[in-house]
Write a protein of this length. Structure first.
Length: 245
């Protein structure tokens, strides 16, 4: 099966790294553009949005965290962040801002490609260049899972508000919600959630799950400080409690 090239933008202030990544990914059927910083990225986002963004954290001027915050406020494009610091706090900050994955420099180009492919699979952005036309219709009721007053559309990978408008989800957030939907009223350990949601594509660390649950609760719960949909089970992990019929 032939697939359309995934569009990737690499944002890094190091020309050698930008060129190296672009050349490698270009040889592996990616359509790659590069930017030296936030200003160049903004122009490219306005002209032709990508399927995935590779974003360096440590850049002069506007750093990667600030850029990720701006991008995530307007778009749910997947983001993989790069950093020279192997610090958990940096990884947590990136996840809190909505990054989908994290890679520490120096990195193996093959690992970067594998992580890109994993994120693209989770987001469904590697598409057939000649998709069959679809009929304009609403979501399949069988694919909708009620979560509080919201609905999770498993087929379209969307979280819908009561009025039908969409709440943006990152790939990791959707994967977690799908895992909860498949295991209602069941306490799930953090490591089990990593297995169910991410297939161990990412290096597991408990704090990453806690950060994502916090972000999810802000979208699901009426009062995130008093969760009713995704509850904490002390000493175990988290549990999805479906609304009563």
């Amino acid at each position: 099966m032939q697939w359309q090239k995934a569009r990737v933008i690499v944002v890094d202030d190091e020309p050698e790294l930008r060129d190296m990544v672009a050349e490698y990914l270009g040889k592996h059927r990616f359509a790659v553009r590069t930017a030296a910083g936030g200003h160049e990225l903004d122009a490219q986002l306005a002209d032709n949005p990508p399927d995935l963004l590779i974003l360096d954290v440590n850049m002069p001027g506007e750093d990667g965290f600030a850029i990720a915050r701006r991008v995530r406020a307007k778009s749910n494009v997947p983001i993989i962040m790069l950093t020279a610091a192997n610090e958990t706090v940096d990884r947590v900050v990136g996840l809190e801002l909505g990054a989908d994955d994290y890679l520490v420099k120096p990195f193996d180009l093959r690992e970067l490609r594998a992580r890109i492919q994993a994120v693209l699979r989770r987001t469904g952005r590697a598409v057939d260049p000649a998709p069959q036309p679809t009929q304009p219709q609403g979501p399949d009721p069988a694919a909708l899972v009620r979560m509080g007053d919201k609905r999770l559309d498993l087929d379209a990978r969307r979280l819908l508000q009561p009025d039908g408008t969409e709440l943006p989800l990152t790939a990791m957030e959707f994967d977690l919600l799908r895992a909860f939907a498949a295991n209602p009223n069941r306490a799930l350990r953090r490591d089990r959630l990593l297995d169910l949601a991410h297939g161990r594509d990412n290096e597991p660390f408990d704090r990453s799950i806690d950060v994502r649950i916090t972000r999810i609760r802000r979208k699901l719960e009426r009062d995130p400080a008093k969760p009713e949909v995704i509850k904490t089970v002390q000493g175990v992990g988290y549990m999805f409690v479906p609304p009563k019929p």
